[in-house]
Design a protein around this ligand. Structure first.
Ligand SMILES: [Ca+2]
Ligand SMILES: [Ca+2]
Length: 277
């Protein structure tokens, strides 16, 4: 007899049969693992008060329609975290988006900035702006501005009154894709990396004049850079840039981070005018 037999609970299996079952079970497990890898993540429910959304799908359009960007100095596109992304050269590339109604104009305007960002030079001393409306030395006296950038291995979020007063948050960040978020509720500012809270503080000034520069992505404005005497172009990819007129909660930030490459859900407008996902 060429086969050993095992008996358990009245069942009789040959070794050959058991091996085949193990082989099948192995493939089922592998397929299950593959399936869990292959099943797309669910998109994140769009948080309220989303004001603008530049997703970098080979165009500078705002997915909400109101604030299309303008690419300057050769800014292009590359492989993003959610489909395509904006690609900045670290030399002079930038995207102008201008003024958003009531978003970051004065010190009492709540704002959240969220984006996926990927640089291979996080540790350099060069300023790499993700988004902001910084007035710099050219801003006149006491004008409100803010920016989110990578510099010296840190993600930095600043809210300031031009050069007169200001406050910054800073947290270490490495090369590669990260979901970066800065929130400001008109008083408190907070910083998040990959859905994790990385510090908070409170505005330390009052009486700033309104911002007159407008928002840029991937760099400060040409005027601000000229005032500094150096450029602040991001060196890498920035994807799914969103600005909200409200400080996002940790749960909302975690939801977008958790959705990963599925991104934020895009509402579908049905013919009857109702929205659905
Ligand atoms: Ca360029
Ligand atoms: Ca994208």
């Amino acid at each position: 007899m060429g086969r050993l037999e095992s008996k358990q609970n009245g069942l009789s299996l040959s070794v050959g049969h058991a091996a085949r079952l193990r082989w099948i079970a192995g493939w089922v497990g592998l397929l299950a693992a593959s399936a869990s890898w292959a099943v797309p993540l669910a998109c994140a429910t769009q948080p309220p008060d989303l004001a603008a959304w530049w997703s970098g799908e080979d165009n500078p359009l705002d997915r909400l329609g109101s604030y299309p960007g303008t690419l300057d100095h050769g800014t292009g596109y590359g492989t993003g975290f959610v489909a395509r992304a904006f690609q900045f050269d670290g030399i002079d590339d930038s995207m102008r988006v201008g003024f958003l109604g009531g978003i970051g104009l004065t010190e009492s305007d709540p704002v959240s900035i969220a984006a996926w960002a990927n640089t291979s030079t996080a540790a350099t001393a060069t300023l790499q702006v993700i988004a902001g409306n910084y007035m710099g030395e050219q801003g006149g006296s006491g004008k409100f501005s803010m920016y989110l950038m990578i510099n010296n291995g840190n993600l930095v979020f600043s809210v300031d009154q031009r050069q007169l007063a200001g406050i910054s948050l800073s947290t270490p960040i490495s090369d590669g894709w990260h979901f970066v978020t800065a929130t400001y509720d008109g008083t408190a500012l907070a910083l998040y990396v990959d859905g994790e809270a990385r510090g908070s503080n409170t505005r330390n000034f009052t009486g700033a004049d309104a911002n007159t520069r407008g928002w840029t992505v991937g760099n400060f404005s040409d005027e601000t850079n000229a005032g500094h005497g150096y450029n602040s172009s991001f060196n890498g990819l920035i994807d799914e840039v969103t600005l909200f007129g409200r400080a996002l909660s940790l749960a909302e930030i975690g939801s977008i981070f958790g959705a990963g490459a599925a991104g934020i859900c895009t509402p579908t407008i049905f013919a009857n005018g109702f929205e659905g996902i």
